[in-house]
Design a binder for this molecule. Structure first.
Ligand code: KG4
Ligand code: ZN
Length: 322
């Protein structure tokens, strides 16, 4: 729940991590059913922080893509029914615009133009928000997203789901120099598949005796060193691309957003690389998926374009930052 688009009155997140952890990743049907079960209680809990409840609501923002179709349908159907019943406008928002606006939401001094590194489970992009509602993508990944790379690395290392936090935890005690990983440096693009293959070979080269039946290293010290080496290579590549583009464009403000922005090694590296510039990295609760960022992007959209025509269409493959 936001007041005037920028003040978080309440933010309720219902995590499905436990549900999906048992399967080692997201199961679409289970995800949609879980959305259906919790959406009512989550909205009510969020509204309970607002004096007047629904009567005080003057707009509803909802994610229309990208994402799993079943989950998007649950959200948009609920939002539209609630908005129509109460006569308030509804706006469909891109999940990716939400991530860009998580920075704006967390830092009251931040206004466009700003350059954002967007690193989530499905995206790795460098995007410039030139003005409200006007975003341009300047780089993207050729294969996996950064979060996806962390999740795959965690699986190879036997660290479970979700992978990012698990790899980060293991890396804390590891030596990032022990296993050399490739330093991918493409011009204006990211790629994580080579890094993932190197990790797989490094594990294989330990020899069968050093591996569990599932094929991950037995020795926690080795897991820690591999995790640290992998994380350092990911962070270095992200910084290389962001740094090159920031220098080329003379960026004056930098933001890092998305689930992977919760990674402390990345947060530290960005702050030290751009020591002379204002850098916004949202608190962890606004990095991983949340409704507040969707509200902020929706508030701007409503201000700029007015409400959507009746019937927000979901788009699972939506590829828009504004
Ligand atoms: O933005 P997000 O919550 O959901 C998507 O829109 O995808 O990002 C989730 C991704 C997952 O791949 C997860 O492993 C990664 O963010 N992630 C992290 C960390 N926390 C979450 N990656 C690295 N370090 C972390 N601390
Ligand atoms: Zn996300």
């Amino acid at each position: 729940m936001l007041r005037d688009g920028r003040e978080v009155v309440s933010s309720v997140v219902s995590s499905q991590i436990e549900l999906h952890a048992a399967h080692g990743g997201v199961v679409p049907d289970l995800a949609a059913r879980a959305h259906l079960e919790v959406i009512g209680p989550v909205v009510e809990e969020s509204l309970s922080a607002l004096p007047g409840g629904w009567d005080a609501v003057d707009g509803v923002a909802v994610t229309r893509g990208p994402g799993l179709a079943g989950c998007l349908l649950v959200g948009t159907a609920y939002a539209q029914s609630a908005a129509v019943a109460r006569g308030v406008p509804v706006v469909g928002v891109s999940h990716m615009a939400g991530h860009i606006y998580s920075a704006w939401l967390s830092d009251v001094t931040l206004e466009p133009p700003y350059l954002a590194l967007v690193v989530s489970g499905g995206h790795s992009d460098v995007v410039e928000l030139r003005d409200h509602g006007d975003a341009v993508r300047l780089a993207s990944t050729r294969d996996d997203a950064a979060g996806e790379a962390f999740d795959k690395a965690a699986r190879l290392l036997g660290l479970g789901y979700p992978g990012g936090p698990a790899v980060e935890r293991a890396a804390r005690t590891g030596d990032p120099g022990r296993f050399p990983m490739p330093r991918t440096r493409l011009d204006g693009a990211l790629s994580f598949s080579g890094l993932k293959t190197s990790l797989r070979y490094a594990i294989r080269d330990l020899g069968a005796g050093a591996l569990t039946d599932a094929g991950s290293p037995r020795d926690p010290a080795v897991v820690a060193d591999l995790a640290a080496s992998f994380q350092a290579a990911v962070v270095e590549q992200l910084l290389h691309v962001l740094g090159t583009i920031a220098d080329r464009r003379g960026a004056e403000r930098i933001a890092v957003v998305g689930g992977v922005a919760a990674n402390q090694a990345l947060r530290d590296a960005v702050r030290s690389r751009f020591a002379g510039l204002p850098v916004t990295v949202p608190p962890l609760s606004l990095c991983t998926d949340n409704a507040a960022m969707i509200g902020a992007a929706g508030w701007q959209r409503l201000r700029l374009h007015g409400p959507d025509a009746p019937g927000v269409a979901v788009d699972p493959g939506l590829d828009l930052y504004s």
